[in-house]
Ligand binder design. Structure first.
Ligand SMILES: Nc1ncnc2c1ncn2[C@@H]1O[C@H](COP(=O)(O)OP(=O)(O)OP(=O)(O)O)[C@@H](O)[C@H]1O
Ligand SMILES: [Mg+2]
Length: 310
C-alpha cells in the first residue's frame, strides 16, 4: 500500500503536469422538484420545480477531475453553437479548464434529468451521434507540449479510428476509457480502463486474468486496468496481473467513479508513481467520489486524508 509520504510527493507533482482530455463532452442538467398531483392534461405527474443545476459531464467530467487535482487541464470535444455550450464554457472556465472545444453543426450534448423526492422521473437527451468526420480540426487544436492524453469515449461521435491512430503515433502517453464497440480504436495505447462488463464486451472470456492478458496482448497495450467496482482494480503489465483492492464504500452516487479513476491513475503515472501507487491513488480517489452526494470530484486534501486511513 502507498505510504503517505509517497502519496504527498506524487500529488505535489500534479500541478506541473499538462494533460489533454479528448472526447465526448456533455452538459448534465438537473431539475429538482416536488410532485403533489397528476396533471389534468395527461396521466403524468406535475413537477413543481424547486431548483436546477448544471454539471460538467462525460469527457468534461474527466477534465474536471484532473483540474480539481491541480493538473493543468485542457479539453477538446465537439459542441454546438447553442445555449448549452455557453453554460458548458462558463463551467469549464470556473473550473480552470482550458477550453479547446470545436463548435460544429451538432448540438452540444446535454442530458436533462428531472428528479422529484430523490427519484428520477425522466431524462431528456440532446445529441447527434454521427461520427465527427473532420478529425483534422481536433488535431489542429491539440497542443504539442503536453504530458499525456486521456481519450474519453462515450461513443457519441467524437472519437474515431483515424483520430486515435493519429494520437498514438504522435504522443507518448495516450490512455482511454473505452467503449467495447470501438475496440480496435485503442490499439497501441499506453493504458485503457474498462470496467468488468466492458472488458468482457471486448474479449469473450469469463476468467478475468486470462481475459486481461489476452486483451492486453491483442491490442498491444502497455497497461490494462480492469476496474472491478467495490473490489478495486485488476492491473495488467508485462505478463503479470495484480489486483489492488479498494476500501469498499457505501455508494451514494456511483456515476463518475470511472472518470475519477482514469484521471487519477493517469496523473499518477505521469507524475512518476510506480504502478501499484497509481492504482492505490486511483482506487482511493474513486472510492471517495462514490461515497459523496452531489460532487463528482475529489482533491489533494481528501486523498491524503484517506491514505492514512488505509
Ligand atoms: N462501492 C465502491 N467502494 C469503493 N470504491 C468503489 C466502489 N465502486 C467503485 N469504486 C471505485 O471506482 C472504480 C471504478 O468503478 P467501476 O468499476 O464501477 O467503474 P465504471 O463502471 O466505469 O464506473 P462509471 O459508472 O463511472 O462508468 C473502482 O475501480 C473503484 O476504485
Ligand atoms: Mg465507466
Amino acid at each position: 500500500m502507498i505510504t503517505k509520504e509517497r502519496a504527498q510527493y506524487i500529488l505535489d507533482v500534479f500541478k506541473s503536469l499538462k494533460i489533454l482530455v479528448i472526447g465526448d463532452v456533455m452538459l448534465d442538467h438537473y431539475l429538482f422538484g416536488n410532485v403533489e398531483r397528476i396533471s389534468p392534461e395527461a396521466p403524468v405527474p406535475v413537477v413543481e420545480a424547486m431548483s436546477e443545476e448544471y454539471r460538467l459531464g462525460g469527457a468534461a467530467n474527466v477534465a474536471n477531475n484532473l483540474a480539481s487535482l491541480n493538473v493543468n487541464t485542457y479539453i477538446c470535444g465537439i459542441v454546438g453553437d447553442d445555449q448549452a455550450n455557453k453554460i458548458l464554457s462558463s463551467k469549464l472556465k470556473e473550473s480552470n479548464i482550458e477550453n479547446l472545444n470545436i463548435i460544429s453543426h451538432k448540438p452540444t450534448i446535454q442530458k436533462t434529468r428531472i428528479i422529484a423526492s430523490h427519484q428520477q422521473l425522466l431524462r431528456i437527451d440532446w445529441e447527434d451521434k454521427t461520427p465527427f468526420s473532420d478529425f483534422n480540426k481536433i488535431i489542429n487544436n491539440t497542443p504539442k507540449n503536453i504530458d499525456g492524453i486521456i481519450v474519453s469515449d462515450y461513443a457519441k461521435g467524437t472519437i474515431t479510428k483515424e483520430l486515435t491512430k493519429y494520437l498514438v503515433k504522435h504522443y507518448d502517453f495516450v490512455a482511454a476509457d473505452p467503449k467495447p464497440a470501438h475496440k480496435e480504436f485503442y490499439k497501441n495505447m499506453t493504458l485503457i480502463t474498462p470496467n468488468e462488463k466492458e472488458a468482457k464486451g471486448m474479449y469473450k472470456e469469463e476468467d478475468i486474468n486470462i481475459l486481461g492478458k489476452s486483451l492486453k496482448q491483442e491490442l498491444n497495450l502497455k497497461y490494462l486496468a480492469i476496474t472491478l467496482g467495490p473490489k478495486g482494480v485488476a492491473f495488467f503489465e508485462d505478463s503479470a496481473v495484480h489486483t489492488y483492492k479498494s476500501v469498499a464504500r457505501e455508494v451514494y452516487d456511483v456515476t463518475g467513479a470511472g472518470d475519477t479513476f482514469i484521471a487519477t491513475i493517469v496523473a499518477s503515472l505521469l507524475a512518476g508513481a510506480k504502478t501499484f501507487e497509481a492504482c492505490d491513488l486511483a482506487n482511493i480517489a474513486a472510492g471517495i467520489v462514490v461515497s459523496k452526494i452531489g460532487s463528482a470530484t475529489t482533491n489533494y486534501q481528501e486523498i491524503l486524508e484517506n491514505v492514512s486511513n488505509c
